[in-house]
Design a protein around this ligand. Structure first.
Ligand code: SF4
Ligand code: SF4
Length: 82
């Protein structure tokens, strides 16, 4: 990796008080455990680090963006109205 590349900022989503979801989330992800193969892609793609290694969603931080559902290769996540 070049020196210039090493200086670039790396975005690291992080939980924090400022990242808590207010009352504005419109929908939330629900994981179908029978379809899920625990590949971890949803955890990787969640921009708010709202999913843990057990594929549990922390609704204090989930924004309801649906990226996890969109990226799941098993179609194991559905977004439901909150
Ligand atoms: S991306 Fe889908 S299959 Fe992979 S861990 Fe998440 S819910 Fe399970
Ligand atoms: S809906 Fe968005 S914020 Fe919530 S767990 Fe999925 S990717 Fe993360």
């Amino acid at each position: 990796m070049s020196r210039e590349r090493q200086r670039l900022a790396i975005s690291r989503p992080k939980q924090g008080a400022a990242g808590k979801t207010g009352s504005w989330r419109l929908c939330r992800p629900v994981v179908n455990r029978e379809k899920c193969n625990r590949c971890g892609l949803c955890v990787l793609y969640c921009p708010d680090s709202a999913m843990d290694a057990d594929i549990e969603v922390d609704l204090e931080f989930c924004k309801g963006c649906g990226i996890c559902a969109n990226e799941c290769p098993q179609k194991a996540i559905v977004m439901v109205p909150d």
